[in-house]
Design a protein around this ligand. Structure first.
Ligand code: SDX
Length: 425
């Protein structure tokens, strides 16, 4: 007997089906609500509203659980590569060795970006924020790939996936090269995806880039940890834009813009800027904790708190451990790491943070590793976007394959009633 929910309005009762997910999450299906009652629901920030069913990522905010296609994030971060996880998220299963090799080969076929794109990036000032340039370049890819993807055609959809994975990585690094006045690099098809990222970023015409397995392994793990996170702000944006049947590049470009915000992916840059400010203020973490608690102060402890996790963000735990390992192996002694640990310890003991279940999130420690790898602070959110790309693609693909309707929320109007048109004197 399936469960139902009863709603009573003005003495009249209405019954709605309750659906249950594979991890026993329950949702009241209200798709007949307005027809039956004339009323809608309202839920600013969608804190209690589900936009879809999805088989890609499961997270339990109370228990601090995160799984991609059923695999625990701890296992994937420890045992898989970023391209394996990308394949898993997008196609639903871990690839065999042959499938993974084919996937990497097929991505390599699309890593050349049309030379005319250089004219577009040249139009930006060096001071432009890399996320703004990345959003623009991603959308501009549509100009060179005008045919929209026929999602019913498996081969076409697969090619669009490989094209997006290949070109996005290259143009993401171009945003840095542009800011430095360096020539734009090309992907080297003899090297791996993550190794190419570091080459594309740092190789100069004057000398080849010497890659390090420590750096590549650390980045691979960080990209995996950022790869998907169910219906977060940027992923919901990608799904919403894609629901109008806008193309994949256009939808990903919208996701980049949503991720840029400091309350979302932009937090990793804001965390480093906050920690550096604390460092310059003599490491006075207590002063900044007090600011974060002061309702009259707009300052928030960046990298802390989460809409869903009311326990430790499992990714933050893994990244914190990796930060110690990577900085130790690279022999980097960064006082910012000690400040982060001191701030975390103090916050976790503080009543304000405990009462609100505010814990470190994925953005709290990631920037410390990026900095140790020589990634500039304003590129941190671009790093997040590179990691999140397979998740965006997977969610867009699922939304289109499920033939989801165009997203169009309702509202409650609170403006002026009907009034006669009279020009003000
Ligand atoms: C990401 O959704 C995802 O999955 C996102 C993400 C992903 O992988 O896609 O996990 C990535 O975006 C991580 C979050 C990165 N953002 C930050 O680190 C910015 C700092 N954090 C916050 O701004 C905040 O915690 C949010 C935006 C992350 C969540 O905000 P919510 O869920 O809307 O919670 P809220 O703003 O209603 O806060 C509840 C209370 C408020 O206090 P009261 O009004 O109850 O007194 O907690 C307080 C807030 O003032 N609060 C904080 C705080 N975060 C929440 N107070 C101080 N510092 C903070 N960081």
């Amino acid at each position: 007997m399936s469960k139902t929910a009863i709603l009573e309005i003005d003495g009249k009762k209405y019954e709605f089906p309750v659906i249950k997910g594979s991890e026993n999450e329950e949702a009241i299906n209200i798709n007949k609500l307005r027809d039956l009652t004339g009323a809608i629901t309202i839920d600013p920030g969608f804190k209690n509203s589900g936009s879809c069913t999805s088989g890609i990522t499961f997270l339990d905010g109370e228990l601090g659980i995160l799984r991609y296609r059923g695999y625990a994030i701890e296992d994937l971060a420890d045992k898989a590569s970023f391209l394996e996880v990308s394949y898993l998220l997008i196609f639903g299963e871990l690839p065999t060795a042959a499938q993974l090799e084919q996937f990497e080969t097929d991505i390599r076929k699309h890593t050349l970006v049309n030379e005319e794109m250089k004219g577009i990036i040249d139009g930006f000032p060096k001071t432009a924020h890399p996320m703004g340039v990345l959003a623009a370049l991603t959308s501009a890819l549509t100009a060179f790939n005008p045919k929209s993807v026929n999602v019913e055609n498996e081969k076409e959809l697969y090619q669009a996936v490989c094209k997006t994975m290949g070109k996005f990585l290259v143009i993401a690094t171009w945003t840095y090269r542009k800011s430095m006045g360096y020539p734009l690099n090309y992907y080297d098809n003899t090297k791996g995806y993550v190794e190419n990222f570091m080459r594309l970023m740092f190789e100069l015409p004057t000398e080849p880039y010497k890659s390090s397995s420590v750096v590549i392994d650390a980045l691979d793990k960080l990209f995996i940890l950022h790869a998907d996170h169910e219906q977060n702000c940027s992923t919901s944006t990608v799904r919403m834009v894609g629901s109008s049947h806008a193309g994949l590049f256009a939808s990903i470009s919208a996701g980049v813009s949503a991720l840029w915000g400091p309350l979302h992916g932009g937090a990793n840059q804001a965390v480093l800027e906050m920690l550096e400010e604390i460092h310059q203020n003599g490491g006075d973490t207590e002063k900044y904790l007090a600011k974060a608690k002061d309702k009259n102060d707009p300052f928030r402890l960046m990298g802390f708190g989460h809409r869903v996790y009311k326990n430790f963000d499992p990714r933050a735990k893994i990244i914190k451990k990796a930060a110690n390992e990577v900085l130790g192996t690279l022999g980097v002694d960064d006082p910012i790491l000690e400040i982060a640990k001191k701030l975390e310890a103090a916050a976790l003991e503080d009543e304000y943070f405990k009462a609100r279940n505010l814990y470190p999130n994925v953005d709290f420690y990631s920037g410390i590793i990026y900095r140790a790898l020589g990634i500039p602070t304003d590129m941190f959110t671009v790093m997040f976007a590179i990691g999140r790309l397979p998740g965006w693609i997977a969610q867009w693909k699922e939304m289109r394959e499920n033939k989801e309707p165009i997203g169009r929320p309702r509202q409650v109007y609170t403006g002026a009633p009907l009034r006669e048109f009279k020009k003000p004197v």
